[in-house]
Design a protein around this ligand. Structure first.
Ligand code: TEU
Length: 531
């Protein structure tokens, strides 16, 4: 789309590198594996890949604990493999977005080894050290997101260090200019290797309250609080000083031209939109996770889209997400039929969509036998495990679904012989074909990729099951009709106009002409354009 930056008109595909493709037979995916599958991604029709962390790491949190920010963990390959991946991706016009994990390092990072050595070490202030409370306990009441206190006492000096996640993931002190400078250099290291942007891990956590006040509402003690609100209204994150940090990162990215900054932010809409920053100097795309927690009903989804659209700052570009490596898969949450509606929604709303690998084949969460649990969160707090949404991609009806020649690090789904790319790619009715058609339709219609959004609000047309909206650009209009229910619904198309079905989530209907009363089958989605 000429004139529009790629990260607005394009779509992002998230790869969890352990689970995409294993090239060396150790049961764990790797960078060369991703390179092997770039043709598939180009065929599918996505514009960018975001790769979860592959940096050197002891893997306490599967790479979200980095011990060398400027290298590749041997499990995933080498820097040369990375250079080849980026060259091959660019050759296919695929952009490459890396996962940047600046809030915390690994406990094994040399910076932390130095920092913990003594109170007077020059790197002491690179992390967050506090004296014990008068009773000898932790300095305040902050809790780790993975369970237990967020403070661990270090015997060497008797002080506590802060970790928003595992004790193996000490938080860096972003109030320290030396930390900022070092981290900016990390960004430059990868930018110079050609990366097109970053997804920044827990960006809203980077600055903590200067006075380390106790959290007034400790989410762990309020089990009924909706999960999306767990991190709001507390002193340990989302502090006003964070915006300066975000703007600083964005500036470094823009030194190299149009590179995108995506921020991981779990906050309610009114707090989330602040991360676009003053005069849009903040994150280009503060991740919008609202669809992960909204009730899957037409009125709630419609209300959410309107609330989000209305809350966006002028010029702020929207974005949508249905799943990621931390959350239950969409096919699991809404079921097989509605997963198709979800795909249509994700790929026709206004804003950049991020698609999670495997969702395009309708992969559901895979139950993990107790002896194969990997996620430390599950081990700390049973029931929170994220392994089920991180299982290997299923490519073909072959041993280990073509993911690896040996036993994968996590099990495949029971239906892997059928639910795989090879079985689905030539099936016109498959969810994979639906994704591919949607992605190509988006590219072909400016109304869908960059156009405006309006809810079709005529009360007669909005039933409890139907969500109807339009995308428009210049003279072109595209109308999207989604049936969230399991009953047939009818709606009246405006005027005497004839509409062409550009795409239906059910095969056989695309290309049909419709006028007057439109029948929408149970769980059917339709994309229509006036003739
Ligand atoms: O996730 C941060 C985070 O807040 C989520 O784990 C959140 O707690 C959960 O999704 C709520 O349902 C990021 C990474 O995506 C995650 O994989 C890492 O474990 C975490 O940061 C620490 O780096």
């Amino acid at each position: 789309m000429s004139g529009t930056v790629w990260w607005k008109s394009g779509t992002v595909y998230q790869i969890y590198p352990r689970s995409f493709q294993d090239s060396n037979g150790d049961g764990v995916g790797d960078l060369r594996g991703i390179t092997m599958r770039l043709d598939y991604l180009a065929w599918l029709g996505v514009d960018a890949i975001w790769i979860s962390p592959f940096y050197t790491s002891p893997m306490a949190d599967f790479g979200y604990d980095v011990s060398d920010y400027c290298n590749v963990d041997p499990l995933f390959g080498t820097l040369e493999d990375f250079d080849e991946l980026i060259a091959e991706a660019h050759r296919r016009k695929l952009r490459v977005i890396l996962d940047f994990v600046p809030n915390h390092s690994s406990i094994e990072h040399p910076w932390f080894t130095e920092s913990r050595a003594s109170r007077s070490n020059p790197k002491r202030d690179w992390y967050i050290w506090r004296d014990p409370a008068p009773d000898g306990g932790p300095p305040n009441n902050w809790l780790s997101n993975f369970g237990g206190p967020a403070w661990t006492r270090d015997a060497a000096t008797g002080q506590f260090y802060y970790h928003a996640f595992l004790p193996e993931q000490p938080d860096l002190n972003w109030r320290n200019p030396a930390v900022r400078a070092a981290m900016h250099d990390v960004l430059r290291f990868w930018l110079q290797r050609g990366v097109d942007g970053f997804r920044v891990d827990v960006i809203w956590h980077l600055i903590k309250d200067e006075g380390f006040r106790d959290n007034p509402l400790n989410p762990a003690f309020v089990p009924d609080l909706p999960e999306i609100n767990r991190f709001s209204q507390v002193y340990s994150c989302d502090r006003p000083e964070v915006f300066d940090i975000v703007a600083g990162m964005r500036k470094v990215l823009r030194e190299q031209g149009e590179r995108v900054l995506i921020g991981e932010i779990y906050l309610p809409i009114e707090r989330l939109v602040a991360y676009y920053g003053e005069d849009l100097t903040g994150a280009d795309l503060p991740f919008n996770f609202q669809l992960l927690s909204t009730a899957w009903e037409a009125p709630s989804v419609a209300a959410l889209v309107e609330e989000y659209e209305a809350a966006l700052p002028d010029g702020g570009w929207p974005n949508w997400v249905l799943g990621n490596h931390d959350r239950r898969r969409i096919a699991d949450r809404v079921g097989e039929a509605q997963a198709r509606i979800a795909a249509m929604l994700l790929l026709t709303l206004r804003g950049t969509p991020t698609l999670y690998y495997g969702d395009e084949i309708g992969l559901a969460n895979v139950p993990i036998p107790p002896d194969r649990v990997q996620d430390p969160w599950e081990l700390n707090e049973p029931g929170h495990g994220r392994d089920p949404e991180r299982t290997p991609m299923q490519w073909e009806d072959a041993p280990h679904a073509g993911f690896s020649v040996s036993e994968p690090w996590l099990p495949l789904s029971l239906d892997a012989a059928k639910r795989n790319v090879d079985e689905m790619r030539d099936d016109s009715g498959s969810i994979l074909t639906l994704h591919r058609r949607l992605l190509h339709l988006r590219r072909d219609h400016a109304a869908l990729s960059i156009g405006g959004y309006r809810t079709v609000s005529s009360p007669a047309e909005l039933s409890e099951d139907l969500f109807v909206y339009e995308r428009y650009e210049g003279e072109a209009t595209v109308r999207v009709v989604l049936n969230f229910g399991d009953r047939e619904r009818r709606l009246t198309l405006p005027g005497g106009a004839v509409w062409i079905v550009l795409l239906s989530s059910r095969s056989g209907r695309s290309g049909a002409h419709e006028a007057g009363e439109l029948a929408v089958a149970p769980s059917e989605g339709l994309i229509l354009a006036p003739q």
